[in-house]
Design a protein around this ligand. Structure first.
Ligand code: 5RP
Length: 264
């Protein structure tokens, strides 16, 4: 792997081999999602605990202080919306030159395996990886399921992750699944991070799946809504960070959550 790509990856993946990425890119097709209406305010207390921020160039330029030391993963695919046509009909929205100008540490795009525009999204990935290799820029592929959340099972996720890695992604983001997640990770020869998905009913559910996913080989998370939509986002991110970087179990994470929550 090229030195530049390795250098950028080392900003994102910590010396313990693990990572907590905080995504706030949801507005690129959902608009002003609740609790993310003012992204700068939402992320201010959370950034000290994130290893990277996943964000579009518009929000980065408008809402993030250029002096902010947290590394950036730039969302570079889009072109669809929740009220438009097929969500899988994405193209590349941002040039590699702009990503370099913004001094980001990686770029990210969605692939839609099994959807109408599967081929287009996979060719987007191939082109982005080619550009990334030219510029020393790692690519994170997001295995998107669009509105079909029921696709979050091992056979599908394993297929999507492996295809992303085969096409050259250096990191793959996927969903956790309770059954056979170890097989999803084992079939993917590059690091896997887990998305959080829609908000769960309890904090413990998040702590349990993050813990289990790490035991099964994921290097960490790219987890948004279950942090910043929560009433106590700082308590959530601190507890999740401790699972990822301090190897604590879900009950210990719950203790951290309660302690931080009650500090208020
Ligand atoms: C949205 C994304 C998000 O980055 C990803 O889904 C993770 O966020 P969440 O934990 O909220 O699911 O790609 O397009």
């Amino acid at each position: 792997m090229d030195w530049g790509i390795q250098n950028r990856l080392s900003r994102l993946i910590q010396p313990d081999g693990h990572a907590l990425f905080l995504p706030i890119d949801h507005g690129y097709f959902q608009g002003p999602t609740s609790r993310l209406e003012h992204p700068g305010k939402t992320i201010a207390p959370l950034l000290p605990y994130a290893d990277a921020l996943f964000v579009t160039r518009g929000v980065l330029r408008a809402c993030v202080d250029p002096a902010e030391p947290t590394p950036i993963i730039l969302r570079v695919s889009g072109g669809t919306s929740v009220v438009g046509g097929d969500l899988s009909n994405e193209g590349l929205t941002t040039s590699m030159e702009d990503a370099v100008r913004l001094n980001v540490s990686a770029v990210g795009l969605s692939i839609f395996v099994g959807h109408e525009y599967e081929r287009q999204s996979l060719l987007n990935l191939g082109k982005l990886v080619d550009k990334g290799i030219s510029y020393g820029m790692p690519v994170m592929a997001v295995t998107a399921v669009g509105k079909e959340l029921e696709r979050r099972e091992a056979r599908y996720l394993g297929l999507a992750c492996r295809i992303a890695a085969e096409l050259g992604a250096q990191v793959v983001k996927t969903y956790y699944c309770a059954k056979d997640f170890d097989k999803v990770v084992a079939g993917c020869p590059v690091p896997v991070v887990m998305a959080g998905g829609p908000q769960t009913e309890t904090e413990l559910e998040v702590f349990e799946f993050v813990y289990d996913g790490i035991q099964k080989g994921a290097i960490g998370v790219n987890l948004g809504r279950n942090i910043w939509k929560h009433d106590c986002p700082v308590a959530m991110i601190k507890a999740i960070r401790a699972i990822i970087h301090d190897s604590i179990n879900p009950n210990q994470a719950q203790d951290i959550f309660e302690t931080v929550k009650n500090e208020k």
